[in-house]
Design a protein around this ligand. Structure first.
Ligand SMILES: O=C(CO)[C@H](O)[C@H](O)COP(=O)(O)O
Length: 222
C-alpha cells in the first residue's frame, strides 16, 4: 500500500513558512496539510487561501491538502481551488448541504473528503460514498496541534476501512489527523489508514528527515 505522510503546517515556523515547507518536503514528506481554522467552527484562527496561493507562488509543487475547519464551507471551496489546493476536506457539521459541498469540490477538480470528529459517527458517509476520495478520521478534537491521540480512533479507522470495502470503495484514502507520531503510526496504519497528518511530531523536531524516515520504517514493518 502507498502511504502518504502529510506534515501539518499548523506547527511550522510561520515566520518562514515557505522555507519550512520546502525543507519538510525535501526531507521526504509527500503532501502539505493546510489547516484552515476560523475561530467559529473551531476555537482558533489560522490562515486562508492567500497563504495557500503564496506557497504556490513560492514554488511549492507538492499536493496541498486543505482541511477546512470553518463554517460556512462553500464560499471557501472555490477560493482554495483557485489558490492551488489539491484536496479539500470539511466537517459534516459545518455544511448545511454536505452532498452539495462535496459536488462543489469535485467540480473544481479537487479531491473531496469529509473530516469526522472523534464523536462523529461513520453513518454520515452512508449516502455520499461515490463522492468521497478521502475521509479524515480526527484522532483529536479539532482546533489545536500537539494534542494526544484518542485511542478510540483505531476502532473507527478499522470500521471505516471495512465499510469502504463493503461499499466498493477499496480506493478510499483514510487520512488520520491528530497525535500521529513514529511510535503509533504503525498501529494506525494496521487499522487501515494510509495517509498520516503529523504536525508537532515533525515540525517540533530539529531533524525532519529523521522523524519522517522513522515513520516510514514503522510503515515498512506492516
Ligand atoms: O487538524 C489539526 C488540529 O485541528 C492538526 O492537523 C492536528 O492536530 C495535527 O497536529 P499534531 O500532529 O500536532 O496533533
Amino acid at each position: 500500500m502507498k502511504y502518504i505522510i502529510a506534515p501539518s503546517i499548523l506547527s511550522a515556523d510561520l515566520a518562514r513558512l515557505g522555507d519550512d515547507v520546502k525543507e519538510v518536503l525535501d526531507a521526504g514528506a509527500d503532501v502539505v496539510h493546510f489547516d484552515v481554522m476560523d475561530n467559529h467552527y473551531v476555537p482558533n484562527l489560522t490562515f486562508g487561501p492567500q497563504i495557500c496561493s503564496a506557497l504556490r507562488k513560492y514554488g511549492i509543487e507538492a499536493p496541498i491538502d486543505a482541511h477546512l475547519m470553518v463554517t460556512p464551507v462553500d464560499d471557501l471551496i472555490g477560493s482554495f481551488a483557485d489558490a492551488g489546493a489539491t484536496s479539500i476536506t470539511f466537517h459534516p457539521e459545518a455544511s448545511k448541504h454536505i452532498d452539495r459541498s462535496l459536488q462543489l469540490i469535485k467540480s473544481r477538480g479537487c479531491k473531496a473528503g469529509l473530516a469526522l470528529n472523534p464523536a462523529t459517527p461513520l453513518n454520515v458517509l452512508d449516502y455520499v460514498w461515490d463522492k468521497l476520495d478521502m475521509v479524515v478520521i480526527m484522532s483529536v478534537n479539532p482546533g489545536f496541534g500537539g494534542q494526544s491521540f484518542i485511542p478510540s480512533a483505531l476502532k473507527k479507522i478499522s470500521a471505516l476501512r471495512a465499510a469502504a470495502v463493503k461499499n466498493g470503495r477499496d480506493d478510499l484514502i483514510i487520512e488520520v489527523d491528530g497525535g500521529v507520531k513514529p511510535n503509533n503510526i504503525g498501529e494506525i496504519a494496521s487499522a487501515g489508514a494510509n495517509m498520516f497528518v503529523a504536525g508537532s511530531a515533525i515540525f517540533g523536531s530539529d531533524d525532519y528527515r529523521k522523524v519522517i524516515s522513522s515513520m516510514r520504517s514503522e510503515l515498512e514493518k506492516i
